[in-house]
Every structure is written in C-alpha cells, then in structure tokens.
Design a protein around this ligand. Structure first.
Ligand code: TPU
Ligand code: MG
Length: 566
C-alpha cells in the first residue's frame, strides 16, 4: 500500500499509538474503519492482529495491556463497537488502559436525515457515544480534522493517567483529512506527581498510626500493578518486616518467594493461612485494594476503617483523614523511610505457616482427579510462565498454584466474564512471545470464545491450554444448581485441530488418566510452532473445597431478602 505525502488524522493517530508504546493493535475490519486501518498499516512500527469477533478483539487488547501496559482495538460502528463494549467494561473493571477506536458514519451523514447501515435504522447516531461515556474515562468523537490532535491526545492521556479504557470515534471520511503533526509525546505520557505537602503529611500520619499499632500486616490489592507501585510496596514491607498478603486479583504482583509472603487473603478461600495471619493482625496497610462481594465472601472479609490505611492511584485514605494528590508509589516509598521494624505478624506467621501444597502422584493408570491434574499443571509452571486462570473452579485451583520467582498470574475476577481467558491470552502471548503462556479454562467458559485459538495457530504462538472438561458449569452448581448448569459436550481436541486447516501446527490432545496427561504435557512443551490444547477429564463433583464453601456464601449473599420499606 502506498499513501500520499500529506499528513492526516489517520497518520496522527497511528503516530501517537506508536509513541505510547503500542506495537500490535487488534482489529476487526468493517467499511466504516477500512481507511483508518490503512493508515495504521502505513505506519512502519504498527502491526495489526485480526480477531474473529469484536468481543475477542477487546479481550485480546485487554490481554496485551496486561503484558505490555497499554493496548488498542479497532472496530466498526455499532455491530462491532457494541460487541466490543463488553470487553471494554472488563478493561475498566480490571484497570487496563485499552483504547477502543471505532469507525463511524461519514460526517455529512451524521447531521442528515439519511438512514445508514449498521445502525438501529433511525437518525440517532448518539447511542454508541452514550454507552462509551459510561464504560471509559474519556470518550471523544472526531468531527473536524483540526480538533483531532487535541481530542486524541486528551483520550490517550486519560487512559495512561487513570489506567482505564478510552474511546475514540473516527468517521469514515476523517482518517484521510490533513491535520497538524504531533508535538512532543511527553504532553501525553508525562506522569502526574504528588502534591509534596500532602505527601509529607499523609506519610507522617500513616507512620504515626503504624507506630501505635502492634501487629501491622500489608495487603496488596488489584490496583497495585496498574499504579506501578510494586517496588515501593516491597520497600515498605522490608522496612517493617511485616507479613504480606495479597487479594485474589493481586496474586503474582508480589513474588511468592519473597520471605514475608503469606498467601492470598480471601477468607475461607485463602491460601497459606493468609486468613489466620490477617485475623491475628491489628492494622492493615493496603495498596490498591478492592473488596467486592466475591473477594470479601459476602462482605465478611476485610479490615474495619479504624484499622486500615489504603492508598489508591492518587489518594490515600487513613482513619479520620483523606489525602488527595498523593500517588501510591510515592506514598509507600516515602512511608518506608519513616517507619521502623514491626515484625509481630512475621513472628506469628513463622509459627502457623503451613507447608506448601504438594500432592502425591496418583496411580498413572487411573482416571484423572482434580488433585493429579493440578499436580501436573504445577510442574509446567516455571519462572518464565504466565498462568491464566479463567472463571470457574480454575479460579480456586489457580489461587493454590505456587508461583516460582518470575512466574506471573492473570485473572479477571472483577468483571468475571466466562470466555475471557482464550482471547486475553492471545493478546498476552502476542505482547510477550518469549514467555510460556498457560491457560486453565473450564469447558463452559471455553465455549464462548474458543474460536480465537485460530489466531494463536496463525501467529504460531505456543500457548498451552488445559481445558478442564467437567461437563458443565460447576461453579454455578456450587452457587445454585439447576438443569441449566449442564451443557452439550464438545470434542475439544478435534476443535483445536480444525484450526490447522492447510498449514497450522496446533495440537489437540485428550487426557483421561495421569499417564495420558504426562505424555500430552511433553508434546505440548515440545510444540513451539503453535498452541496445544489438552482436554482433561474432571468429574463434575471433583472440585476444590474452597469453591464449595465460597459458592454457598455467594448463594446466600445473592438470596438476601429485600430490606423492608421504612
Ligand atoms: O470449573 P467450572 O466447571 O466451574 O468452569 P466452566 O465449565 O468454565 O463453567 C463456568 C460457569 C459460569 C457461568 C455460566 N461461571 N459463571 N457463569 C455466569 C456467566 C455468564 N456469562 C458470562 C459472560 N459470564 C459469566 N460469569
Ligand atoms: Mg465446567
């Protein structure tokens, strides 16, 4: 493709995407975005990855942002964007800056009485923008080329500062319009800093509260990574020498080999006795925590406001105080300079710390059990692995996996969209091709988005997928059972191989016994030219005890009677 020499809105957007670090953008083409896609293609440093549908496209971008910090998805108007919005809601919930770019009708049609395709067939062209405003932190619609640089820069900066998705609408005749060239990229990416007096006062108050406590503990939450505050968190943990626990969505943000690591703090679904050391503590120092109904086991888990400091991206909450414009990493780092050692939780943890889960091998000829399956998956996780845990019993199995130094863990627990893992892992593997990406996904979840394996075949990504076939929606069975939780079985191994068509190198395997699983894993590890899916037998009732207990608390929380009128 060749382009004319004029610098256009399409060039501007392409250049800015490249400047903020995007190398691959995820797309589903449509006539409203084709010209724009050409301009993104013209850019020498951008390369597109096509997806099967826009939900997957948004999830792939979300996964790319997990590995790479920021991502972009380009879709067509309405039929594309409305589907992508589901994944964009997920990116919002999960604190991932995904730039959703949608084509739109020609500017001449937007104010006319024309009826256009891919719309609801009225003269209402606002509904998409109205939805976008609710699911992003900045939604801009380009209507004049002269305004495009300002609107694009505004949206990109908000995505970066707020760690959330943004929306840019580009009419079909806009990418070709001439516009100004970009100014310095620092205008978009330069981070905000704390207000110095607020930072000093917040850390003084926090240090004083910690000094008055006897048994402080540190708690990492899901926003810690987006805030880029992991190092500052560890610096404070070293200074205090206190026990460190993490919320389920923050698993892997702190090294599990760190000497003060004391597990996932999730009430009855906790690991490594994190709940017990949490009960022992008298003061919590949180960083980016979120307690929702799931992670608080129906609002039962978590410190009271009087015994809790929490730092967010740009503010700190302390008992009786609120400091705005205090940045999480600066707060934790500065606080570390002001505290002295307070290691009561570590002394206690050394007493109660359980041995790491380590299942004994099962008889290799027998039908697979959940424990044997997890024992073998654990063996695949090395320091270069990223483990994806999909909604379902994979959440609970995932929590219990031990992550060696360097291993990473991805989960989507706030949005909780079944089918997230396969397309998200596609985006992740595109961004981090040298890591070993491993997915644990249930049969029910897989049925939503499994076709995106095709892109892993096309791009020769050696992702390993453990498809845990327990013939239904076991997580839902544990919350509330009914006939709707049984699903049609598929031949998942054959489904994987169907994507090979003429030239693919994917492998689809089945493992019913321990021995078969061991062999399948060897084949998967040797297959460097494409994904390998291993369909693993798992009896419907053979799930974690944590899922059973958690499911009953969720069921009870859902079933609370309406409050009486007053
Ligand atoms: O391990 P297991 O059997 O629980 O996992 P599987 O087979 O993946 O089943 C997941 C069942 C499930 C459903 C149907 N979990 N949550 N849901 C509700 C749900 C429905 N639709 C979307 C998009 N997301 C959901 N979480
Ligand atoms: Mg299942």
């Amino acid at each position: 493709m060749t382009k004319d020499t004029q610098f256009t809105v399409g060039d501007y957007l392409a250049e800015r995407l490249s400047q903020i670090g995007i190398i691959n953008h995820f797309v589903v083409p449509g006539d409203y975005n084709l010209k724009l896609l050409d301009y993104l293609e013209y850019h020498p440093k951008l390369s597109e990855i096509g997806c099967c549908n826009e939900l997957n496209c948004a999830f792939a971008a979300e996964g790319y942002a997990r590995a790479h910090g920021i991502a972009a998805a380009v879709v067509t108007y309405s039929v594309g964007a409305l589907t992508a919005f589901d994944g964009i809601g997920g990116a919002y919930a999960e604190n991932l800056p995904v730039i959703l770019i949608s084509g739109a009708p020609n500017t001449n049609d937007l104010n006319s009485s024309h009826i256009l395709h891919h719309t609801i067939g009225t003269h209402n062209f606002d509904y998409q923008m109205d939805i976008a405003k609710n699911l992003t932190v900045a939604a801009v619609a380009l209507r004049r080329a002269a305004e495009a640089p300002r609107l694009i820069d505004h949206a990109l900066r908000q995505a970066i500062l707020q760690h959330k998705p943004v929306y840019i609408e580009v009419p079909t005749n806009m990418a070709t319009q001439p516009c100004a060239k970009p100014g310095p990229i620092s205008a978009v990416i330069e981070p905000e800093t704390s207000d110095k007096p607020s930072l000093e006062q917040a850390t003084d108050v926090a240090a004083d509260l910690i000094a008055k406590s006897e048994k402080p503990i540190m708690l990492a939450g899901p926003k810690l990574r987006a805030a880029g505050a992991e190092k500052a968190f560890l610096k404070l943990a070293e200074a205090l020498d206190a026990a460190v626990v993490v919320q389920p969505s923050a698993k892997g943000f702190i090294s599990e080999e760190f000497k003060n690591y004391a597990g996932v703090y999730w009430g009855l679904a906790s690991t490594r006795a994190a709940d017990k050391i949490g009960d022992f503590a008298d003061f919590f120092i949180g960083a980016g925590t979120v307690f929702n109904d799931y992670t608080s086991n129906g609002y039962k888990v978590g410190p009271s406001a009087e015994q809790f400091i929490d730092s967010d991206y740009m503010h700190v909450t302390l008992p009786g105080y609120e400091f705005t414009r205090v940045k999480m990493d600066e707060f934790l780092g500065r606080l570390a300079d002001k505290v002295s050692k307070k290691n009561a939780t570590m002394v206690e943890y050394a007493r109660i710390k359980p041995a790491l889960l380590n299942y004994a091998p099962a008889n290799p000829k027998e039908l697979l059990t959940r424990e044997e399956l997890m024992r073998q998956i654990q063996g695949v996780i090395d320091g270069n692995t990223t483990l994806y845990a999909e909604t379902g019993d994979s959440w609970f199995n995932g929590m219990q996996m031990n992550l060696p130094e360097g291993a990473k863990f991805e989960i989507e627990m706030q949005w909780g969209h079944i089918g997230w893992s396969v397309p998200s892992a596609l985006g992740y593997a595109v961004a981090a091709p040298n890591r070993r990406t491993v997915i644990m996904v249930g049969d029910g979840s897989f049925q939503l988005t499994g076709q995106e394996l095709a892109q892993m075949v096309l791009h020769k990504l050696p992702v390993i997928i453990f498809l845990i076939n327990n013939r239904g929606y076991t997580i839902e069975i544990q919350i509330h059972d009914g006939p709707y939780n049984r699903i049609k079985n598929w031949d998942y191994a054959a489904f994987m191989e169907s994507f090979n068509a003429e030239d693919g190198k994917a492998k689809g395997l089945k493992a019913n016994t321990g021995e078969e699983l061991e062999q399948a894993i060897q084949i998967a590890l040797a297959n460097k030219e494409g994904p390998t899916l291993i369909e693993c037998y798992n009896h419907t009732d053979d799930c974690t005890k944590e899922l059973v207990e958690w499911g009953s608390t969720v069921g009870a929380t859902n079933a609370r009677a309406p409050a009486p009128d007053n």
